[in-house]
Write a protein that binds this ligand. Sequence first.
Ligand code: ZN
Length: 50
Amino acid sequence: MPEKLINVIKYKNPRCITSIEQEIVHEYRLVDKEAKIYRCVYCGAEYAVK
Ligand SMILES: [Zn+2]
């Protein structure tokens, strides 16, 4: 699994800066390899890869 996901995950979180700044790169980092969970570097939202 990649350590980072760049602009791969599409989601709408009104608290996330990426929802406001359209030009910003939405970056997720792998935080839990076992559970396959990524976390947004800006808002901390977690995303579980299925
Ligand atoms: Zn975010």
